[in-house]
Design a protein around this ligand. Structure first.
Ligand code: SF4
Length: 216
């Protein structure tokens, strides 16, 4: 049987989002292709550490997506949602892993969190002031996402917020931090840290070739 790679973004059936379940889905449908994973992931959701996150999410989403208040969801910013999630989880010590270039934004964030009763530890990506040559790297600045993570681990933060970490540094930070972590700002220098704009722009007549990868 041909090995179809899951292509949900090209699926026109979308059975997974319907209550009606008798539609025929593509051969690449992950639900059909990996039935064993359904049971396996069920067991993982029942693990206490995952149940805690699910209960936090459910408590939050029950407020945001209140069927009795359809416009409620429009008044929740991501900062609001993160603070509500932390409150539902009983978390009081939050960490900010910030890009050095977004210190202003991270200071505003720290003020908001502290004004809402949270203790905040914030760590710049340039902490440790390592010499890049010691790492076999060129230049005179070395971002240190691993130390950012280890510092917040030592500070025993319960929830970390990533603010504008570079692609790759976010990966290292997530690999080494022990607390639950969620991104607040995803860095996009060209689009004011609004990366989804690139996707919308790709549909625009004046931009559509902008996102075609150049091989020259
Ligand atoms: S999970 Fe299956 S039904 Fe849902 S979008 Fe993917 S292919 Fe389609």
């Amino acid at each position: 049987m041909e090995n179809y790679c899951p292509q949900c973004v090209r699926c026109n059936v979308l059975r997974c989002g319907h209550t009606e379940k008798n539609q025929i889905v593509p051969a690449s449908c992950p639900t059909e292709k990996y039935p064993d994973l359904i049971e396996e992931t069920k067991e993982k959701y029942l693990l206490p550490e995952n149940q805690a996150v699910i209960q936090g999410w459910f408590g939050l989403i029950s407020k945001v997506l209140d069927p009795k208040k359809p416009r409620e969801k429009l008044s929740w910013t991501r900062v609001d949602e993160i603070m509500e999630y932390a409150t539902i989880r009983g978390m009081s010590r939050l960490g900010i892993a910030t890009c050095y270039a977004l210190m202003h934004e991270s200071r505003l964030l720290s003020d908001i969190l502290e004004n809402n009763g949270f203790e905040v530890a914030s760590v710049s990506c340039l902490c440790g002031e390592m010499n890049p040559q010691d790492m076999g790297m060129p230049g005179n600045i070395f971002c240190n996402p691993i130390m950012q993570a280890e510092v917040l681990n030592r500070e025993k933060t319960e929830l970390n917020l990533m603010v504008g970490l570079c692609v790759g540094h976010d990966i290292l930070f997530l690999r080494h931090c022990t607390a639950e972590t969620t991104p607040l700002i995803v860095k996009d220098r060209a689009l004011g840290h609004n990366p989804v704009a690139a996707l919308y722009l790709s549909q625009n007549l004046f931009y559509n070739d902008r996102f075609i990868r150049r091989t020259d």
